[in-house]
Design a protein. Sequence first.
Length: 284
Amino acid sequence: MKGSAESLSGLRDEAAERVLEVENLRKRFVQRNGRSKEDLVVLDGVNFSMTEGEFVTVVGPSGCGKTTLLNLIAGMEPYDWGTVTLNGRRVSSPGTDAVMIFQEDALFPWLTVSENVSFGMRNKEMGSAEREKLASEYVDMVQLRRFANSYMHQLSGGMKQRVAIARALAINPRILLMDEPFGALDYRTREILQAQITSIHQKTRKTILFVTHDVREAVSLGDRVLLLSGRPSRIKREYIVDVPRPRSTEDPQVQGIIRRIVADLKGEVSSGSNPGETVANGED
């Protein structure tokens, strides 16, 4: 299996342009304990890259730094060592090349669905008519045309996340950074949105880096799954998901990948890197 993964990775790098490169990334936080200070190293020696149009998912033990990794790539936090290169430029501050989608939708309650989607395009050099036209196209893409003039309090949690996805796509970033965007939703709504983000990815070929605690979700969505180790975290293993979409978690090949990741994740948790962790594998 290892040889197969290396072969596929080589083909991927040769066939597509690299959008994101993360090299030797290190991040520490200074903690206060009474009068003393001590460093908490969250990430140490993280290395991976992504090519144009890839959908990569990230899993790892609770508290290992998955969200921190996305924050560093988005330029929302400084890193202590290494480099993050996005679209050929070193990341040092937030920009429009990378857009984050959180578990909480972070939408404007006083704006309608269409107005929320068009909000991100306000700084682009285009007229209001063009902006409204594009917003309408993205609202249609997430299947919310009937709710284009609705306000956020009138929408379900899943619908709000669709608005957040449409707003992010409207900005046209090089990469979407998704931090457990479906984590607060019920099982059926998650399934619907997983199918929808798969469809959107196939239509737009947008590069997506997606953090989740659910191994089943990671394997269902990703071209690759990256497993982070316990703190201080690094990429412990990469899994190639060479299974046609749409994928079923009942598919024997998909189940085999899920079992391998769950076994490695349980091994990482039991190693004691982060005491008190549990494995969320989607089999609860």
